[in-house]
Design a protein around this ligand. Structure first.
Ligand SMILES: CCCCCCCCCCCCC[C@H](O)CC(=O)SCCNC(=O)CCNC(=O)[C@H](O)C(C)(C)COP(=O)(O)OP(=O)(O)OC[C@H]1O[C@@H](n2cnc3c(N)ncnc32)[C@H](O)[C@@H]1OP(=O)(O)O
Length: 268
């Protein structure tokens, strides 16, 4: 990760196993550009190769989390053919998919406005913590686009239910932090100045557990949102558990329990 040089995302490691990626275009409310989409993929590839990375925290610099597509770039889209536009959408979607499919848990520390593609990015995280000043907005319909954008139409109804997802997608209204917590769009709402600390504290709790156990739990929870049958879900779970019992972390956890000490997990 050390040689990862990104233009639109700042990467820090505040604690063992914890990586914080901060969208770093505060003057444009961290709005998304072709470069940012590419760098989300680069970040994901680097994390995939880094066994020391156990949790990713995604947040924004300045007042916003992410304001979605950079509307100042919209003019250049007019010159694209339909296939050229499709390529741009697919390129952007690959960036979001790279983050969502990370084997390690992703916590979105939503520090302000998460609008349009910024909402899609927050939804791609496994956990969302919201600052009191956070506001979520499916801005799409206000600028002539659909909420079928960067995974939002698949994730939103699965997170908050189809009726609320429909209301938020069709009205384009804001969901402020308190409502976000009440409807499950945010796991928890905290004071703005406590947000990153809360995210790092949760990340440390996760890092104290077996990395294999956490990562296969994520794989099962995400896969089972797509698997339609209980039997298929059990099959996937059984394979994960069988795999983990062959590793060294489970015997280490059992020994630590008997010896009344903290386990030392290696992820092997
Ligand atoms: C027309 C777009 C077509 C895109 C087609 C597809 C492109 C192909 C590839 C990309 C695929 C990704 C597609 C993406 O997911 C689609 C979207 O994201 S669509 C939604 C785009 N975003 C928005 O519509 C949100 C617009 N912004 C707002 O609603 C508000 O600014 C806010 C984010 C809710 C914050 O509100 P406030 O707190 O009141 O702040 P201000 O409004 O005063 O803004 C402050 C400051 O930030 C600048 N800014 C805000 N949003 C953007 C933005 N999206 N792009 C660029 N700049 C933005 C704003 O201009 C202010 O700057 P200042 O005027 O102070 O210099």
């Amino acid at each position: 990760m050390e040689d990862l040089k990104l233009e639109t995302i700042a990467v820090e490691r505040p604690a063992e196993g914890v990586v914080v990626a901060t969208l770093d275009r505060p003057d444009r409310y961290n709005s998304m550009t072709v470069t940012m989409f590419r760098e989300l993929e680069q970040l994901a590839f680097a994390l995939g190769d880094d066994d020391e990375a156990r949790v990713l925290i995604l947040t924004g610099a300045g007042k916003a989390f992410c304001a979605g597509y950079d509307l100042d770039d919209a003019d250049e889209l007019a010159n694209l053919t339909v296939l050229g536009m499709l390529e741009r959408q697919e390129h952007a979607a690959r960036g979001l998919q790279a983050i969502r499919s990370l084997r390690i848990p992703v916590i979105a520390a939503v520090n302000g406005a998460a609008a349009g593609g910024g909402l899609s990015l927050a939804l791609a995280a496994d956990i969302r913590l919201a600052a009191r000043s956070a506001k979520f907005n499916a801005a799409f319909v206000r600028i002539g686009l659909s909420a079928g954008d960067l995974g939002a139409s698949w994730l939103l109804p699965r997170i908050i239910g189809p009726a609320l997802a429909s209301e938020i997608a069709y009205t384009g209204r804001f969901v402020f932090a308190d409502e976000a917590e009440r409807i499950g769009l945010a796991n928890k709402t905290v004071d703005d100045d406590a947000l990153l600390g809360e995210a790092v504290a949760m990340a440390k709790l996760i890092c104290a557990n077996s990395p294999g156990g956490v990562q296969l739990s994520k794989r099962a929870l995400q896969a089972n949102m797509e698997i339609t049958s209980y039997a298929a879900a059990l099959e996937l779970e059984n394979r994960g558990q069988a795999l983990l019992t062959r590793g060294s972390d489970m015997p280490e956890a059992l020994a630590a329990f008997k010896e009344k000490r903290a386990p030392k997990f290696t992820g092997s």
